[in-house]
Write a protein that binds this ligand. Structure first.
Ligand SMILES: [Zn+2]
Length: 218
């Protein structure tokens, strides 16, 4: 790398660093915020097979933020590698995932590369909050979030865990059961999303129906 290029890269990182901070720290007005807890759940087309995505994990949990091939994955799924968090759409969801009765940790920094950020990502303060921050008026699906993460999700499987042998897949949004392929869920403001794979005995007893986003500054 030439000294001039190195300086430019260093400058880019310095300029970028503050914008990669959690949006909860920023003081921009939350113009996109609207209470959506009673809104109808919207479904889009299924994401389809994630098997060909670069670096996709088909392993049991826990799953890392899995960023080694993030840029290639974003290219494959047609999502931008932004240089700053988008501000046109700025919404949040809280995600709980259970596999075989165990809660799965959602890592921080999903979707965040060294000098770029995906419109779908997680931060360090509350990693289980999905941040949707897009420079264009676009809707995103839960399938796209898992594709950014690089954890295989479809109608039958999450990671290496698939339905069958008494195992089932259940999803709840704001405490209401939503059937079908979970990748179809359209992410909307302040959803509390629960995904559970396991036997009926392994399903969560108290399905959280809401999340205190205000306490998280969101
Ligand atoms: Zn955010």
């Amino acid at each position: 790398m030439s000294p001039r290029l190195r300086t430019a890269v260093a400058l880019a990182i310095i300029l970028l660093a503050p914008s990669l901070a959690s949006c909860g720290d920023s003081d921009e007005p939350a113009t996109q915020t609207s209470p959506a807890s009673s809104a109808e759940v919207q479904l889009t087309t299924a994401f389809g097979s994630m098997d060909k995505l670069p670096g996709v994990l088909r392993s049991p949990p826990p799953w890392s933020a899995n960023r080694e091939q993030l840029q290639a994955r974003l290219r494959a799924i047609g999502l931008p590698a932004l240089t700053a968090e988008g501000q046109v759409v700025h919404i949040h969801q809280h995600l709980d995932v259970f596999v075989d009765g165990e809660q799965v940790e959602i890592p921080a920094n999903i979707g965040i590369g060294r000098v770029f950020i995906s419109p779908l990502h997680t931060h360090e303060d509350v990693p289980s909050i999905i941040h949707v921050e897009s420079p264009t008026e676009t809707s995103f699906s839960l399938g796209q979030f898992f594709a950014v993460w690089g954890v295989r999700l479809d109608a039958r499987c999450i990671g290496s865990t698939c339905i069958g042998d008494g195992r089932q897949l259940r999803m709840w949004v704001d405490g209401k059961a939503v059937s079908g392929d979970p990748t179809r869920l359209v992410l909307a403001e302040h959803q509390q999303i629960v995904l559970a794979y396991g036997t009926s005995a392994q399903m969560p007893e108290d399905v959280p129906s809401s999340y205190d986003f205000e306490a998280a500054g969101l």
